[in-house]
Ligand binder design. Structure first.
Ligand code: ATP
Ligand code: MG
Length: 392
């Protein structure tokens, strides 16, 4: 048993000794059975939140109205959630009422996919009400119960389906897939932030290309900002050379495939509720990518910077576009300066040399920088002072 589980066993035992049931549940059990890396363990119990709190010295009310208490134990934190059912899904979004129940079966029924509806007790016994183990074997994503109904309850589950496809390298079970085809419009009811989270996990997972094909073919992409009607351009994604290596490379590839001009990138990123920091990165990578196709000069390489250059090379590789990355990276490594701060002088120094502040000084500074980058001027105060005196 992976260390995370071993460390968590006393948490379950504490609940059991107090007379309650307790199970590992959801993604952690799935990932354990698949031999995947486990990042956290979720625990489910018939104890009410107030009872859970009494079992542990230190707890946090994480989402107590939904039944979740975080217990701090042995230097780790564990989310412990009371068995619950959900009801009153309005607008195809999250439930507006959760009811605590005493029966694990009820709790497992509300979960999205059979492979996510597995529970395991301290003895390692698995509770599998919906043939989740079979589906793990068959590598399929199958909705618990009637797929159509489950997607009506919470339309985000359709995005989760393609996300898990990518992350686990699974396929969509036929009826689950058909229910997505029939109900993809409901995704428009879901907040962009939640869709984005699943989109990014899908787009960066190991099977991103096959999942993306389903994202396009089921119609889900039609409900996403700026992707409606763009199926032809986006299809390229399904035959990329590799999965995007990071979120910023994913967004850059989308922007490149959509052929967005620089001034349209901001609006695109904003409508997907991306951060300003992410938008800046993507603009930098997209600009660097454009330059790669036009024999970049040393000044171009300097302006890209190492990060954008690397990411743009990565994007080109993933798109199957030939770039001589070794030569480019060698040339970058050999640049006399990699950052404006590396320049031996600055504006203040120029003023001290008798240069008058103003636009002309800016031009001179830029000229010095260009000469240094191109190797036409040594990056030292002495050499630059001599050059400046010739210009005055
Ligand atoms: P990850 O490795 O990404 O954390 P996960 O399966 O743990 O995968 P979470 O979003 O952390 O996914 O959710 C934990 C569990 O809660 C899921 O395994 C599933 O049982 C249940 N769940 C989460 N979101 C939904 C949803 N929208 N509808 C139904 N059940 C859900
Ligand atoms: Mg999880």
């Amino acid at each position: 048993l992976p260390e995370l589980f071993v460390k968590a066993l006393p948490v379950l035992q504490t609940l059991e000794q107090a007379g309650f049931e307790a199970y590992f549940v959801g993604g952690c059990v799935r990932d354990l059975l698949l031999g995947r890396h486990i990042h956290d363990v979720d625990i489910t119990t018939n104890a009410y939140p107030e009872e859970v709190k009494k079992c542990f010295d230190r707890t946090i009310d994480t989402g107590i109205q939904h039944g979740t208490v975080t217990a701090l134990y042995g230097g780790e934190s564990y989310e412990i959630t009371t068995y619950r059912t959900e009801s009153g899904y309005q607008d195809f979004r999250r439930p507006d009422k959760v009811t605590f129940v005493q029966n694990l079966d009820e709790d497992l029924k509300r979960r999205d996919f059979t492979i996510n509806a597995l529970a395991m007790n301290t003895k390692g016994e698995i509770v599998d009400l919906f043939h989740g183990l079979d589906d793990l074997d068959k590598k399929v994503i199958r909705a618990v119960g009637v797929a159509e109904e489950r997607f009506h309850e919470d339309a985000l589950r359709m995005m989760r389906a393609v996300r898990f496809m990518s992350q686990l390298q699974f396929s969509l079970e036929g009826r689950t897939r058909q229910a997505i085809v029939d109900n993809h419009e409901l995704l428009s009811k879901i907040s962009i932030e939640r869709v984005r989270e699943e989109f990014v996990k899908m787009g960066t997972g190991p099977d991103a290309r096959r999942a993306f094909a389903e994202f396009l073919d089921t119609g889900l992409s039609e409900e996403c900002p700026h992707l409606a009607g763009k199926k032809d351009q986006l299809t390229v994604f399904t035959s990329l050379k590799a999965s995007p290596s990071s979120e910023r490379v994913l967004w850059s590839l989308i922007v490149i495939l959509l052929n967005l001009p620089e001034k349209a990138i901001g609006g695109f990123m904003k409508d997907w509720k991306n951060s300003n920091a992410m938008t800046r990165k993507v603009k930098g990578i997209a600009a660097a990518f454009d330059k790669l196709g036009q024999s970049p000069s040393d000044v171009d390489l300097f302006e890209m910077g190492a990060l954008n250059l690397n990411d743009a090379i990565d994007a080109a590789f993933i798109l199957g576009q030939p770039v001589d990355s070794k030569t480019l990276l060698d040339r970058y490594q050999k640049l006399p300066i990699k950052d404006s701060d590396d320049l031996a002088i600055d504006g203040r120094w120029l003023i001290a040399q008798g240069v008058r502040p103003g636009p002309k000084m800016g031009t001179l500074l830029n000229d010095i920088k260009t000469k240094v980058i191109n190797g036409d001027l040594v990056n030292s105060e002495l050499a630059i002072a001599k050059y400046v005196s010739q210009q005055l």
